[in-house]
Design a protein around this ligand. Structure first.
Ligand code: MIC
Ligand code: SF4
Length: 658
């Protein structure tokens, strides 16, 4: 049979199950990555599992999110991660070395291998022909211990690329185009696979922009072939030895094919406040802009920042615009310092931030109230910038730089007529500057016992969830509508620093739904918990989209939430719910959502029995006086995890059985 590239890699890594789309499979992970905001819990849970050293070919622990260091929390995390990495056999990328996905692409990714990362943008490495998947930290901890990663065997959407991008059009515009076609909803369980003659005209960093933002489609992963462009990139990174040619078979059968002529694309933006609210820049021109930020794991590579620097060379940004540049990695920053591009950015009036996630996760650079901010990032969920009512547009570096000069949203194709700027062609370097001194190697196994793990007082081992009751008596804590993201469930920004302290972080669960002067979600949940009543969250479509943060399950379960009833639930979040023993239930009849209100008393008789063997449960809304059917879409393993009291308890149970 003619195979897709996705299936070729899956076949080579299959540990359990059969490669039949829609069925559960387990695959072996060659590599893992964690970042600090999810990594501390991942490592705390890894420690609880009792495996001394990681069993993967390579595991890397990055520090890139929590770099603001207001108070001791972040530095406590860094020291814990540095020492636990050394002890457990993990490479440690120090703060300042760059964003996990950018550094992984530069220094560690390899075509044909599998990667599991505790961050939803892990598929960035698909730009190198790697099958890279985002997951919750507990799933990554299991993979670090050598266990397979379980997922639904995906369907593959083929994207056939022809033609070549025109000047001023970026691969960001390609993924924005795809978001306008596929939206952020309804793509769960798919992999996006790119093929066709247009692929050769995209460099690895350009491909990585597309695979990165595939996360916003809600797909399992995105992947490009590994070809001459891949070899060139790896050679320039002094890693040619990991290169291999990889392609789908000719006439491989895809579940669906989308054809895109790269030459027909134009500059686009995702308008506030969803990555799929896409419009062509020409329709947005003239909107006043007060802030522009270029960076994030989507658009902060050497070529992305070079194009911005060249556009800005010899110019000044508009006096009413503040421009922030957050480089993706130390490699990018150093090379731009060496070749003078950094000077031209500084001279233009740009503010240079450190290499890391920075403004993308609300660590500074919040825009002024009521103003427009243009960002080259991947997410513009309401409030993610740190400003209530923010108006964030997601754009390419070309559009960002053009708009920073003009002070209004500007189609970069007009720069020549407006101010005489010609398109700067950026050639990728033949040799990137290689300096891995900010990547600490792990201690050798025979020295590991000597490593002292530093645990500051703000690092708190998470509690195990209590087992589920046979019959659930609960109350609706919140009905929250469609497309509720994990940013809504567990805010980042100023609260991000509490990631290693569940009791503290839990105070902010559903913070964006809290109203001034009324008890918070956390207070209401705790009050129910003290009366042994389970908390229930009722949601619309695509509940839990966005980040992989397992705190969006870990903190609610700590507050006593035991079930989520939704019209649909996104892949990573659904897995996190199960891992932390919250039952994901989907409405059989979506219209029932409208009949339920906050504070309704809910009963699910025989919940445990249903988890054991049924595909549905009967949910009785005693307050509204009606019952409805909820679907339990659970694999045999999901059922065992829920019955065991969560993934950690399940893993222990399995270990003692063997
Ligand atoms: C994000 O972009 O939202 C994050 C922060 O990188 C998250 C991970 C996290 O919440 O720590 C993600 O995308 O998974
Ligand atoms: Fe960091 Fe933003 Fe990328 Fe998340 S999306 S990994 S916060 S840069």
């Amino acid at each position: 049979m003619m195979q897709t590239l996705t299936y070729k890699i899956l076949r080579q890594h299959l540990a359990e199950g059969e490669l039949k789309p829609g069925t559960p499979i387990g695959i072996k992970m060659d590599q893992t990555l964690t970042q600090d905001a999810t990594g501390t819990t991942a490592f705390l849970l890894f420690e609880l599992m009792g495996t001394a050293r990681v069993q993967t070919a390579l595991s890397v622990c990055y520090v890139d999110h929590n770099l603001a260091q207001f108070g001791p929390e972040n530095h406590n995390d860094h020291l814990y991660l540095q020492t636990i990495s050394a002890k457990t056999g993990v490479y440690y990328s120090r703060p300042g070395n760059g964003i996990c996905h950018q550094v992984h692409l530069e220094r560690f990714g390899r075509p044909g291998a599998t990667l599991l990362g505790s961050d939803s943008h892990t598929p960035t490495a698909g730009g190198l022909g790697m099958l890279a998947i985002g997951a919750g930290g507990l799933d990554v901890a299991v993979a670090m211990g050598g266990g397979p990663f379980y997922l639904t065997c995906p369907k593959v959407i083929g994207v056939e690329l022809t033609g070549k991008l025109q000047d001023w059009v970026s691969s960001k515009d390609l993924i924005l185009k795809l978001l306008s076609i596929l939206t952020t909803k309804g793509n769960v369980g798919h992999v996006m696979e790119y093929f066709g003659p247009g692929v050769q005209h995209l460099t690895v960093p350009q491909r990585a922009v597309v695979t990165n933002m595939g996360a916003e489609l809600g797909v399992t992963s995105s992947i490009f072939p590994s070809d001459e462009r891949t070899r060139e990139f790896l050679e320039a990174q002094d890693r040619e030895e990991v290169y291999m040619t990889l392609n789908a078979d000719p006439n491989a059968s895809y579940d669906r094919v989308i054809k895109i002529n790269l030459g027909s694309l134009e500059p686009m933006a995702a308008c506030p406040s969803s990555p799929d609210n896409v419009a062509p820049i020409r329709e947005l021109e003239g909107h006043k802009v007060n802030q522009v930020v270029i960076g994030s794991c989507t658009n902060s590579s050497f070529s992305d920042l070079m194009i911005a620097a060249e556009i800005l060379r010899g110019r000044r940004i508009d006096p009413m615009v503040e421009l922030g540049i957050s480089p993706g990695s130390r490699q990018v920053l150093e090379m731009m310092a060496d070749n003078g591009a950094l000077s031209s950015l500084i001279a233009s009036g740009a503010r240079i931030l450190e290499a890391g996630c920075g403004p993308c996760i609300g660590q500074g650079f919040s825009p002024a109230s009521g103003t427009v901010t243009l960002r080259t990032f991947n997410r513009n969920f309401a409030g993610r910038t740190g400003t209530k009512g923010d108006q964030a547009y997601l754009v390419s570096p070309e559009t960002a730089a053009a708009s920073a000069i003009m002070g209004e949203i500007t189609d970069p194709r007009n720069l020549k007529n407006l101010v005489g700027i010609r398109y700067p062609k950026i050639k990728l370097p033949e040799n990137y500057s290689i300096d891995d001194s900010m990547i600490q190697s792990p201690a050798p196994a025979d020295k590991a016992s000597k490593v002292e793990v530093l645990r500051g007082p703000t690092i708190v081992v998470p509690e195990s969830p209590s087992p589920l009751p046979a019959d659930l008596k609960g109350q609706v804590l919140l009905t929250c509508g469609d497309k509720v993201t994990t940013d809504h469930i567990m805010p980042a920004g100023q609260f991000l620093k509490h990631r290693s302290n569940v009791p503290e972080y839990s105070k902010y669960v559903f913070n964006s739904f809290n109203e001034e002067g009324k008890p918070t979600f956390a207070e209401r949940a705790k009050a129910l918990k003290s009366r042994h009543i389970a908390g229930i969250v009722v949601a619309g479509e695509s509940y839990g989209q966005g980040s992989s943060r397992e705190h969006a399950a870990l903190c609610p379960v700590y507050l006593g939430v035991r079930a989520v009833i939704a019209k649909s639930i996104e892949r990573i979040h659904r897995a996190n719910l199960i891992n932390f023993c919250i039952v994901p239930i989907e409405f059989e009849n979506k219209a029932d959502y409208d009949r339920i209100s906050q504070d309704d008393q809910i009963e699910i008789a025989g919940l445990l029995d249903a988890i054991r063997a049924e595909d549905t449960v009967v949910v009785n809304d005693k307050t509204a006086g009606f019952s409805f059917t909820g679907r339990l879409e659970l694999s045999a393993r999901d059922r065992e995890i829920l019955l065991a009291g969560g993934l950690l308890a399940y893993t222990h149970k399995k270990a003692t059985r063997h």
